[in-house]
Design a binder for this molecule. Structure first.
Ligand code: AMP
Length: 258
């Protein structure tokens, strides 16, 4: 074997060793980092109505296999079943008043108890009061101690943007689907049909402008109290500025912080 061939052989050997080492590193980081980052975590999403919590949650379910529970959807499902509890809840949701803390917290706890597996869970729209934040902290400590808990706040600088956004919001009327979209995103502007399941898209009663303004005012008061509670409890509230965000940029911002 001449010198040239020997060099080529040596170079090939070095490249092979480097390749194997790099592949091993990638495999190890995938194994170590992914489960740590994604599994056994409960994320609570704070944010004004219309700030995009539901949309972000939907994307995380689709892209990363997260689970999501929206307490608003739990209420609508209970109402649709026509139970006594559902009738009582409807009294509150119709006028966009908050359902009593103990009622909504029990519904959330029941949902959490039914979950199996290690996927991360998003709480969309819970807690909405300081009392709910306290109940949740106790619940996690006593029943879900092996879950990490993170609070993510979707911040928006101008509430008028929210009023405009919500005025055009559409929801799939199929209770199993409940996909949300916006009139500006419809492929055919006059066809109010859900792209996912083909059911009718409707406007929610509580997305009417005067109700949206009341919901925003209630949100500000309650959210300040929740954030103060977490500050006192030493639980960081991690913010994403969604003032000028698109669903895609919000998703990217979320992926960067987890
Ligand atoms: P949403 O779909 O999140 O806007 O919720 C719709 C309605 O459900 C609210 O206006 C409340 O009446 C009720 N609701 C949802 N989540 C909660 C909660 N965490 N606490 C009290 N009421 C809630």
């Amino acid at each position: 074997m001449n010198r040239f061939k020997k060099r080529i052989l040596l170079l090939g050997l070095v490249l092979a060793v480097a390749g194997i080492t790099y592949y091993g590193y990638i495999r190890r980081s995938a194994c170590i980092v992914q489960p740590k980052t994604y599994t056994k975590t409960i994320y609570s999403f704070l944010g004004a109505p219309g700030s995009g919590k539901g949309t972000l949650a939907e994307q995380l379910v689709k892209d990363l296999g997260f689970k999501v529970v929206s307490t608003g959807n739990l209420c609508r499902e209970e109402i649709a079943q026509g139970t006594e509890k559902g009738k009582m809840i409807a009294e509150y949701t119709r006028s966009a008043r908050l359902v009593p803390d103990e009622v909504i917290s029990e519904m959330l706890e029941n949902w959490l108890n039914q979950q199996k597996g290690d996927q991360p869970i998003i709480l969309d729209g819970y807690p909405r009061t300081k009392e709910q934040a306290k109940i949740l902290a106790h619940l996690l400590k006593t029943k879900f101690p092996d879950y990490r808990f993170r609070v993510i706040s979707l911040d928006i600088d101008d509430f008028e943007k929210i009023v405009r956004r919500m005025a055009g919001r559409l929801v799939c009327e199929n209770k199993q689907c409940q996909t949300t979209t916006h009139v500006s995103l419809l492929k055919e502007p006059n066809k109010f049909i859900c792209e996912k399941c083909g059911s009718r898209l409707i406007r929610r009663e509580d997305d009417r402008e005067e109700i949206v303004r009341k919901r925003l005012a209630d949100f500000v008061k309650n959210n300040n109290e929740i954030v103060a509670f977490y500050k006192e409890a030493g639980i960081p509230v991690e913010s994403i500025d969604v003032s000028n965000a698109t669903p895609e940029s919000t998703l990217e911002a979320f992926k960067r912080i987890i």
